[in-house]
Every structure is written in C-alpha cells, then in structure tokens.
Design a protein around this ligand. Structure first.
Ligand SMILES: [Fe+2]
Ligand SMILES: [Fe+2]
Length: 272
C-alpha cells in the first residue's frame, strides 16, 4: 500500500505558498497512492473562503481515497461547521482496498474550538477500540492532527495531546500499525512499543522551524518492510526518512491488564 501524507496546508496564511501545494499535488498524482492522508490545518483561521480554496486544491488529487483530518487552525472561528461540509465527518472510520488486503483508517478530531492544544477525550476511547480491535485484514492506521509524542527541532514542546498517555496505551493494546500526525511542521518518526508515529511537516507554507523546508511524506508498505520518504514539493525524489519491518518488533512486554489503566469502569479493589 502506498500513502501520501501531507498536512499544515495553511491556506489564508501570508506564508502560504500555492506553488508548493500545486507541486505536491502533481507529484502525488504521479505516485498513484492508495491513500492521500491530509492530517489537518488546511486553513489559517477556519474561515469559509479558506476551506473553499483548500477544497479546490484537494479536488485536483486523482485518488479515490483522500481522507482529511481536522486541525486546530480549522477549529477556529467555528470552522468545524465548514470543515464537515467540505470534507465530511470529522471522526470516522473507513476501509480501503489495498494490494495486501484491506486497510482500516480511523480519523479522530483532536481539536477543541479556539484552543491550540488537543485531546481525544475518554468518550472516544470505546469507539476507537471497537474500530481496531480484531482487525486482521490489513494495516491499521490512525489519523490525528496533534502530536502524541514530542517532536524534536520544534522548540518548546507545547500543545501535545492532553491525553497522550491513554491514547498511546490504546494504540499499543490494539497493535495499531501507524499514526499519521501533523501540527508541529517538522517531519519525524518514532517507533515505540510497536506503534509507528509519523509526523509530516508543513506541505505548502513557510511556517517552518529552523532549517526544515516545507515537505510531505510518502509511505510504502510491502509484505516485509515499511519505507518512509521525505519529499520537498518541486524538488524531486526526496530522501529516506525512516524504515522498519512490516511486523512490529518490540523487545519489551508490559503485563498488567489494559483495563487497569485505560478502560476501567470500576475501582480495582471493588472487583471480585
Ligand atoms: Fe499547522
Ligand atoms: Fe496545528
């Protein structure tokens, strides 16, 4: 399966660069991916005209599966109302036919109106669990805008997912293959407890950090390996960002039951 991951388009910013987005879309079309995952911050202030313009660009992507997650900038100005009109449900699960079977893709809305920080929220845990538990037909992929783990090269770590610990425990329990995130505008990959967390940079804005250029990620699953390539729009083939074996390799086990930490509904000492 091939995925193009991009995020932080930021239409409406004075630092938005349309030529970068056009290049990224043209390159995406020539890659013929199974999934184009746009992981939030399509706009700057959540205004309707920004969503309209972002949608016009995304309409040029020639892929049956363009899945869009909402970012904190999109949640500004009650932007979620426009978001759903243009890009569909903010939280949903979808399945995609891929060469190795069927991928399950779950999209979460980690935003809170007019806040930059993110949260999944306990009320979503059971749904997340029900979508991934027992899925054995192909890759399990979560799309969420906010970063679960700190990203290096971004300065002070702010606005990470408020309930990152609970969410990580769920992803570990459910053996989710990959998390696709944006938000920090710096591409980076972590692999922790069998969960691969892939951050994309900003694809089409100069809201960059340090020397990190605008970029997007190309992810290829084959039966034995997963390869991630970092690409700068308009600059050709890109460079390797990360690779790992298809099956997660972990060298540690954690023994206590899942419900002791995340899905508890009764105090442990009150159980039989
Ligand atoms: Fe952003
Ligand atoms: Fe963001």
């Amino acid at each position: 399966m091939k995925i193009v991951q991009m995020s932080d388009v930021h239409v409406g910013s004075g630092l938005f660069r349309p030529e970068l987005l056009s290049s990224a879309i043209e390159e995406t079309n020539s890659l013929r991916p199974d999934l184009v995952a746009v992981v939030g911050d399509l706009t700057m202030e959540g205004y309707r005209w920004e969503f309209e313009e972002a949608k016009e660009y995304l309409n040029r992507i020639e892929c049956e599966n363009v899945v869009v997650a909402m970012g904190n900038h999109d949640a500004r100005s009650v932007g979620y109302r426009h978001f759903e009109e243009f890009f569909g449900m903010r939280e949903r699960a979808t399945t995609i036919l891929v060469p190795e079977g069927e991928a399950k893709v779950v999209v979460l809305d980690s935003t809170k109106p007019d806040l930059d920080e993110g949260e999944v929220g306990r009320e979503h845990y059971a749904w997340l669990d029900s979508e991934f538990r027992g899925w054995d037909r192909g890759p399990k992929i979560l799309m969420i805008h906010h970063h679960i783990l700190a990203v290096p090269g971004t300065g002070r770590d702010v606005n990470n997912l408020r309930d990152a610990g609970d969410v990580m425990a769920i992803l570990r329990e459910l053996k989710v293959d990959m998390v696709l995130s944006g938000h920090r505008h710096v591409p980076y990959v972590w692999s922790i407890s069998g969960v691969r967390i892939v951050h994309s940079g900003t694809v089409s804005s100069m809201r960059v950090r340090g020397t990190m250029a605008p970029s997007y990620n190309v992810i290829e699953f084959d039966p034995t390996r997963v390869e991630i390539t970092l690409r700068e729009p308009g600059k050709g083939e890109g460079e390797p960002l990360a690779s790992f074996s298809r099956e997660a390799v972990t060298t540690s086990e954690f023994y206590p039951a899942f419900d002791r930490f995340v899905t508890y509904d009764m105090l442990p000492f009150l159980k039989e």
